[in-house]
Design a protein around this ligand. Structure first.
Ligand code: SF4
Length: 152
């Protein structure tokens, strides 16, 4: 079994109430070949919500308490992101997931690129909080683009 970001499966769970459907991933969920997860909802946040970025580092730094996740209104939402990361890890382990496909650029789900913490649209190399925790636990994390290019 694989896990995928819920928004990639077409669920309207993004901060602004939209989805990021990748049709091939949506089809896998429809066929019960993939399980959708949204770390931010698992962590206790709701849709819609303020956009968020990691300030002062990457997902690894957040897990180590060296960086924070802040929403655009200035609220510290770090604890929701850490909780959601651990909840996603538990689901991945329950399903013995070998591959987890997560939405690139998200402060939770990005696996090679995230926004730089200035809400300016600029990106930097790095993992989101959930991707960092999954990788730390030996689970392969791929972006939607890497997954589609590798398997379709
Ligand atoms: Fe999609 Fe991940 Fe953001 Fe949820 S946390 S909306 S799954 S990118």
């Amino acid at each position: 079994m694989i896990l995928v970001s819920s928004c990639l499966a077409g669920l309207k769970v993004r901060y602004n109430g939209t989805h990021s459907l990748e049709e091939k991933i949506g089809k896998l969920v429809e066929e019960n070949k993939a399980v959708p997860v949204c770390p931010e909802l698992l962590g206790g946040l709701a849709t819609p919500r303020e956009p968020t970025e990691i300030i002062g580092g990457s997902g690894e730094d957040v897990l180590e308490g060296k960086a924070k996740v802040i929403d655009k209104a200035g609220n510290d939402v770090t604890e929701f992101f850490v909780k959601g990361a651990y909840a996603t890890l538990e689901i991945a382990q329950t399903y013995n997931a070998i591959i987890v496909v997560l939405k690139e650029n998200s402060p939770s789900c990005g696996s090679s690129s995230i926004y730089n913490g200035e809400f300016s649209g600029e990106k930097i190399a790095g993992n989101g909080v959930t991707s960092a925790l999954l990788k730390r636990n030996g689970i392969q994390v791929m972006s939607e683009e890497q997954f589609v290019n590798s398997f379709f």
